[in-house]
Design a protein around this ligand. Structure first.
Ligand code: ADP
Ligand code: MG
Length: 706
């Protein structure tokens, strides 16, 4: 029998294992260092490494690795074995404190956006003791930050930790105003991960899925998702087996996988864990994605994490549930039931409103990717415009405070900030239709624009830093009055909310985000509508962004620039691979399907002609004409795509301005050519019989898992 509590976290060197395996004084020392965020003493490191190695070897590990998240967004590891040769041809297993705390991966093959070149040739990894070591396969994985020797962050973890620190500092200033002390305010994060499962055989027959993770061609099946019968429907046995297996893997790694269900599109599913501290949740989400793919293989399945594997069918996202929590586990976005807690809650909510409005461009940029470009604003899940859903009740409370009105709820309750109790917010006013990109859902905000394949690190860095900066400003404003008297403090808070709402309520939108009228309305309100990654990227290095990130020490200007370049490179390289795959499929696959079918038709026509028929009046002739016309269109579009790709490939990409131009070219020319070519090919697919069209159809792929 599988014993869940027994198996949970069995592959993690977690707190209880440390307590058990480490000498008492070492354990205490380690805890102290973690809490203070200090550097680890070498003696402590040696003792921890020793215990870790013994524990890992007992569990079958032979190797260790510094597990880190380079700027590409995937995780990286280089495995070293524990062995150390001894005289006489023997080995012993060794792992030193030095090896635990610091590693020197050969970093040259990771993108650095010019950082290493301008600073220091090598990078190093440093253990992040706030995230537990774990065993994957035969390897002990040590979560680490990845930096250059001059201290520039080369990864996605370091800035996240920095942003959490910034938020901690500012949130504590706010709490202090309410007479509250806490050790640390952490941001919490729960990622609802969407994915598709298809049969492995499909991958083998579709070069596009194999090389790009999405289909580049494919006409809609007769049955898509219009029936909505898949959503929350019964889970198929094969999928259930997969989920069970996946859960066990995740649980062993201490990943609190909690809910699983079918999603809107056929073949689409979702997994949600219980939320954790953002840093750990990000690590866990990376591991979850890796495990999803790995476990799928064992079941002869393929897990597609791409944001848009199938055109015309819902894509996949990752809802980023975010909140703030004290060391005592108090959720600061919980409305609470005393005037003081209500006021605190409203203040934090107001800060988030301002942060999201003020930095809406950065928020949009943080979720931009080649894959997500197919989702955002493309007639499904969140539009590319950032807005906040608060629900009517909360909105009206804030508006009433803003207008200086006492809030009246059903004629009974009055809301005076800091002095009276907030009317209870009913759950059902939270965003049911889920069209809002950023929704308050009772006691947390849910950022819904994140793509399924993206690292959640980026969006959380932006969100944390933006909110930290607003809290900083709020604290500056309120500290004086708070020192004066409670009355002055309450008044100042009301004034602050009033002012903030006046300036930022334009970001609040409780209506249907899918409605076209919203786009016009948003424009009137002056909200940004950054349709593609190329439109969004300049936000990253804007003066405003540089000022924000450097002020809180989250990114230096050169760190920002590096990420900007890497993101753009990643984008155009993705489109380049897609274009090349498309060209190959068109030339070597689809062209031959067409020729074979034309051959068959011509054969029939020739035979009919020998019988003396007027073949131009036959259905075969009409069909042949259609196919032949389509093939000619395809030829022209293909040639255009090829020449535009060649042109884009020849563009210089040495400076960041050039990199941007290349990305823009890919988006404006290559991407458009691909859409044109696809349209023609897809319509050919609908008239050419399956026996000639050798690629599995959408219907076959989406319904491939029985
Ligand atoms: P849904 O959005 O489908 O209604 P839930 O409301 O159950 O789902 O929550 C979805 C995710 O939100 C889960 O991963 C959950 O752990 C996470 N979550 C709940 N509370 C918090 C919180 N305080 N901070 C961050 N994430 C949270
Ligand atoms: Mg959700």
């Amino acid at each position: 029998m599988y014993d869940l509590p027994e198996e949970y976290g069995s592959l993690v060197f977690n707190d209880s294992v440390m307590k058990e395996k480490l000498p008492k004084d070492i354990y205490k020392e380690l805890q102290k260092t973690i809490k203070a965020g200090d550097e680890l003493d070498i003696n402590v490191a040696n003792a921890v490494a020793h215990a870790m190695r013994e524990w890992a070897v007992e569990k079958g590990a032979t190797h260790f690795t510094h597990w880190f998240q380079p700027m590409t967004g995937i995780t990286a590891e280089k495995h070293d074995s524990f062995i150390s040769p001894e005289p006489g041809g023997k080995v012993i297993m060794k792992f030193s404190g030095k090896e635990l705390v610091k590693g020197e991966p050969d970093a040259s093959s990771f993108p650095s956006g010019g950082l290493r070149a301008t600073f220091e040739a090598r990078g190093y990894t440093a253990w992040d003791p706030t995230s537990y070591a774990f065993i994957k396969g035969n390897t002990l994985c040590i979560p680490t930050a990845f930096c250059s020797y001059s201290g520039e962050a080369l990864d996605k973890k370091t800035p996240l930790l920095r942003s959490m620190e910034a938020l901690d500092k500012q949130a504590k200033r706010i709490l202090k105003l309410f007479g509250q002390e806490t050790n640390r305010v952490t941001t919490t994060l729960g990622c609802e991960q969407e994915y598709f499962l298809i049969d492995k055989e499909m991958l083998e027959e579709r070069p596009d899925l194999l090389f790009t993770g999405r289909t580049l061609f494919g006409a809609m099946p007769p049955k898509g998702q219009e029936m909505d019968d898949h959503y929350f429907g019964r889970i198929k046995q094969r999928v259930q087996d997969y989920m069970n297996d996946l859960n066990k893997e995740l649980w062993a790694l201490g990943i609190p996988a909690k809910t699983e269900h079918n999603e809107v599109a056929p073949g689409q599913h979702e997994l949600a864990p219980v939320f954790e501290s953002s840093n750990i949740a990000v690590d866990h989400n990376q591991l979850t994605m890796e495990m999803m793919k790995r476990v799928a293989k064992r079941h002869n399945l393929v897990c597609l994490l791409h944001e848009k594997p199938f055109e015309g069918i819902n894509g996949s996202g990752k809802h980023n549930n975010w909140s703030l929590s004290t060391s005592e586990g108090e959720n600061l976005l919980e409305p609470g039931d005393t005037p003081s807690h209500n006021a605190r809650f409203l203040l934090f909510v107001t800060a988030v409103i301002k942060a999201v409005d003020e930095y809406q461009g950065l928020m949009r940029m943080s979720v931009a990717s080649a894959g997500n470009d197919h989702r955002l604003g493309a007639n499904e899940a969140p539009p590319a415009i950032v807005s906040i859903f608060l629900g009517d009740e909360l909105t009206s409370v804030l508006n009433d405070i803003a207008e200086g009105k006492e809030h009246e709820d059903r004629g009974k309750t009055y809301m005076k900030i800091g002095a009276s109790v907030l009317p209870p917010l009913s759950k059902d006013t939270t965003d049911r239709n889920r069209t809002s990109p950023f929704a308050f859902t009772g006691n947390k905000f849910e950022f819904r624009m994140v793509g399924s394949e993206l690292s959640v690190s980026g969006p959380n860095i932006v969100l944390n830093t933006a909110v930290a900066s607003v809290l900083d400003e709020f604290a500056d404003y309120l500290e004086g009055p708070a020192a004066e008297s409670e009355e002055a403090f309450n008044e100042a808070m009301a004034e602050l909310i009033r002012k903030t709402m006046k300036e930022h309520s334009r970001i609040i939108f409780n209506g249907n985000g899918y409605d076209d009228s919203w786009i016009a309305e948003a424009e009137k309100r002056g909200l940004l509508n950054l349709k593609s990654l190329v439109d969004a990227m300049p936000q990253y290095i804007s003066d405003k962004a540089v000022a924000l990130f450097t002020k809180y020490g989250v990114y230096s200007e050169s760190e920002l620039k590096a990420r900007y370049e890497i993101k753009l490179e990643n984008y155009y390289k993705t489109i380049n691979i897609e274009a090349m795959t498309m060209i190959e499929m068109a030339k070597r696959g689809i062209t031959s399907f067409i020729l074979d079918f034309e051959d068959e038709l011509t054969d029939i026509l020739t035979k009919k002609q020998t019988l003396g028929m007027d073949v131009t009046k036959t259905s075969e002739y009409a069909l042949l004409t259609k196919v032949s016309d389509g093939a000619s269109d395809m030829e022209v579009e293909l040639a255009k795509l090829e020449s535009d790709v060649a042109e884009a490939q020849a563009m210089p990409a040495d400076t960041s301005e050039e990199v941007y131009e290349v990305a823009k070219d890919y988006r404006e020319k290559v991407f458009e050519d691909m859409e044109d070519l696809r349209k023609t090919v897809d319509s050919l697919e609908t008239i050419i019989p399956r026996e000639y069209w050798k690629y599995p159809s959408y219907g076959e792929i989406i319904y491939s898992v029985h």
